[in-house]
Design a protein around this ligand. Sequence first.
Ligand code: NAD
Length: 473
Amino acid sequence: MHHYKMLINGIQVAGANGQFDVINPATGAAFAQCSAGSLAQLDDAVAAAQVAFKAWRHVSHAQRCERLLAIAESIEQGADELARLIVQEQGKPLELAFSEVMGAAAWTRYAAGQQIEVGLVEETPTQRIELHRKPLGVVASITPWNWPFMIAVWHIMPALRAGNCVVSKPSSLTPLSTLRLVEIIARHVPNGVINCVTGEQGFGSAITSHPGIQKIVFTGSTATGQSVMRGAATNLKRLTLELGGNDAAIVLPGTSLEEVAEEIFQAAFLNMGQTCAALKRLYIHESQYEAFADALTLIAQRQVVGDGLEPGVNFGPVQNLEQLQLVEALVADARDQGARVLCGGARLDRPGFFYPPTLIADVTDGQRLVDEEQFGPVLPLIAYSDVEDVLRRANAGDMGLGGSVWGPDVQQAQALASRLESGVAWVNCHARIQPNTPFGGSKMSGFGVEFGLEGLLEFTGQQLQFVNKRAGE
Ligand code: NAD
């Protein structure tokens, strides 16, 4: 079985604490092993990044841009192998894994081309005030298991582009594609600029309180995000927290079923529903409730569930047993309260963590399946009759990542969407993201953004340069 090693200061290093198994969710069995690093090795990685930062911070923007473009090209060249590795550790179908890799390359290219200008705040005959942006130092990236390769790229590329050095810590459930990514990056940058540590227990919290780290970019659950924030207080680390969501979608009366059903289904079940910004609660006007339920059920029944490496499969397993058990518990709770299971609703009787696309009707707010983030292949369909009431229900709860409104009158839909308490409000679409559009949550879905200029600037600190031109006159 292949043993994947960490990368510290440009060298592949075995874990001082041995190794751990990485499970293929399509079989439930280990297919590779990964190094279990020690806290001393985390210190080594941070120290290497600190040393590398002294030079990397002064590398010109043009040169950093060039390095990132070369990295993007290497990612594309390795796309087939990377995509197969993602399928094995994460479970998504091969085509989707391939899109993850190609999307990551596109995001890298975008980061390469971004510019950080000096801002001129004021220029008068007597004084000149400029706003400069500087890299922060060592950035730690902590990533989840749903889009392991893509999210690592979202964290690492803007950090490097802005002149920081990085210590990456992937989820121990999906560490392998990140280790391969970091190896690729390391071929194009000096030793220590990028490092990756892996381990099962305790690493994350050691990172959050590490005095050698200046910023953490974290994507994961709200509970862990709170713990990251507590740890970061030790040396006032800058934080970007991309946390959980429980996105509502409101379908207004008169929405064309034919035009939107497929997009709604895909937005809910993207990556088997294991997507932060997936549509997680679907509110349908009572006039179209049954028609939508029927149309979505037909689409769900067309999905081909299986091992993502098998040809024709477009719906993979849940990534891990714990997540599968959460989905089972939420569906059981809804059933107990009289919900109607339109399709799916039970784990498949085969090895691996397979749960088919599941639609649950006759559920409502106050039930676990509606109130909690399911983060899996099940969607609750909730009927409503009054628009103001449904808006109130969409905004209830602590989460505020995204939300959407669907309707034939775009202006009316946008007016309603603007009243959603969420970091992103989509109209007649959901879960769409692009490298040039700042993305981030509100309320307990986190703070800070990724992507666009705003996302890049989160990897910088500012220095105001206030110049009295008359000195020495
Ligand atoms: P998680 O919070 O369990 O783990 C995320 C990462 O944090 C992992 O690398 C984990 O090892 C690490 N970690 C665990 N304990 C830690 C600690 N005490 N200190 C620091 N790090 C620690 O999340 P998950 O289960 O891997 O991912 C699913 C969650 O992530 C969902 O809630 C989902 O909505 C969210 N998510 C959000 C976004 C977004 O952009 N907002 C994107 C993807 C996933």
